[in-house]
Design a protein around this ligand. Structure first.
Ligand code: HEM
Length: 401
């Protein structure tokens, strides 16, 4: 069966801010009418069904990450930043196993008390207030402080680096994330981390950068070596950028979705054991990272549509989470929904290495919020959305208490 790849009335554009406000109705149409969607203007294809996104994620040989995974930076040129998110096996495998060793469950689990402490520092001053900005004052602060602690950024530098990481996600019309402000911000964080890596080489501490500096990696040719300062910096940069924005978006989305579903929120207050599942449902329902790109290394066929070699393919994990072929009544938010598996953290070799940390921060962030504020009001009309072609969420979500 051949499906029409682009019916004229169906147009999805990842840079269109109006579409981005609520892409779900359009993604539903794409799943039904054009599961292999073609956009000529930006020269990409998009897969929107759960099983197609899953299949592409499981095939890194055909669906390569090495041309980057962000639409505006993807092209025939292979990425040379050496960040593992933009690498394919076997090079990716070696680096991934190294970071997995530095990013241990012990290191992550050991952060629980620290995360609760940060939540208390941020939320206690708001008790008795009439309201606050849940993203600016809490959701954007928490992951940044947690990652800073993990990576080894001292408290006095954390706010400046948080602002720089935020700047890396700045987007401009037509050029998207490839703009001067985003590049300048990225450079600032990189230079800062480079200095920190050099310090850690002299004086290792109990943090992730020190672990990276000390770790040995075996290259595909069998040579064992330490990572260079530049490689450690890139890791720091990747963890810092991937771990800050996404969790901030998760919690910001939670503030809105829970205000819109007070019965579900009341269930979480009355039964805190539901919170971990509520985090999974929030991840499925409003994914912070709903679009992940790949470059095809060979022609590939889905539903009778051929995608040529050397194409940009966007995997819509955000649409996959709403796929009625997998989830019953997918547009209903239900903190008790049984979720076997979602794709919000990706799937396969690039599965989010920070998933355990993100889940921990999401759970504790919500537990500590609900303990202090069992009810709040929030309105999409007063929230400010951040528009990028990858991360989706809010800059600001004012809540009333
Ligand atoms: C709710 C929060 C988060 C979401 C939704 C999320 C989502 C994702 C997704 C979808 C991928 C796969 C990308 C791809 O296949 O191209 C990914 C990979 C990654 N994430 Fe996360 N992430 C989150 C939190 C974090 C945190 C807290 C960290 C670090 C501390 C982190 C670090 C990474 C890294 C390093 C990769 C690359 C892994 C690889 O290439 O092997 N993420 N994440």
């Amino acid at each position: 069966m051949t499906i029409d790849t682009a019916p004229t009335s169906l147009y999805w554009d990842p840079f269109d801010t109006e579409i981005d406000d609520d892409p779900y109705p359009l993604w539903r149409r794409m799943r039904d009418e054009a599961p292999v969607y073609r956009n000529d203007r930006y020269d990409f294809w998009a897969l929107s069904r759960f099983h197609d996104v899953e299949a592409a994620s499981k095939d890194p040989k055909t669906f390569s990450s090495s041309h980057t995974t962000v639409l505006e930076t993807m092209g025939p040129k292979v990425d040379d930043t050496h960040m593992m998110i933009f690498m394919d096996p076997p090079e990716h495998t070696a680096l991934r196993s190294l970071v997995s060793r530095a990013f241990t469950p012990r290191r992550v689990g050991g952060l629980e008390e620290r995360i609760r402490g940060i939540c208390a520092d941020l939320l206690d001053p708001q008790v008795g207030s009439g309201g606050f900005d849940y993203v600016v004052d809490f959701a954007a602060q928490l992951p940044s402080r947690v990652i800073s602690t993990l990576v080894g950024v001292p408290p006095e530098d954390q706010e400046e680096q948080r602002r720089n990481v935020d700047g890396m996600f700045h987007i401009e019309p037509d050029v998207g994330m490839r703009n001067e402000q985003a590049m300048e911000s990225g450079l600032k964080v990189a230079l800062y981390l480079f200095g920190l890596v050099q310090q850690r080489r002299q004086e290792p501490r109990d943090d992730l950068l020190s672990a990276l500096v000390q770790a040995e990696v075996t290259d595909p040719d069998g040579t064992t070596r330490h990572l260079t300062d530049e490689e450690c910096t890139r890791f720091g940069l990747l963890l810092y950028s991937a771990g800050t924005e996404t969790v901030a978006k998760l919690l910001g989305n939670a503030a809105l979705v829970l205000a819109e579903n007070p019965d579900q929120r009341a269930d979480m207050v009355a039964h805190p054991e539901v919170v971990p599942n509520a985090v999974e449902e929030l991840l499925r329902f409003e994914p912070p990272s709903p679009v992940n790109g790949r470059w095809t290394t060979a022609e590939v066929e889905f539903h009778g549509v051929r995608i040529p070699e050397g194409s940009k393919v966007l995997m819509l994990t955000g649409s996959a989470g709403r796929d009625e072929r997998v989830f019953d009544d997918p547009d209903r938010f239900d903190v008790r929904r049984k979720i076997n598996h979602h794709l919000t953290f990706g799937y396969g070799v690039h599965f989010c290495i920070g998933a355990a940390l993100a889940r921990l921060e999401g759970r504790i962030g919500l537990e500590e919020t609900l303990k202090r504020f069992p009810e709040w009001g929030a309105d999409r009309a007063t929230a400010t959305r951040v528009h990028t072609s990858t991360v989706r969420g809010h800059h600001s979500v004012p809540i009333t208490l």
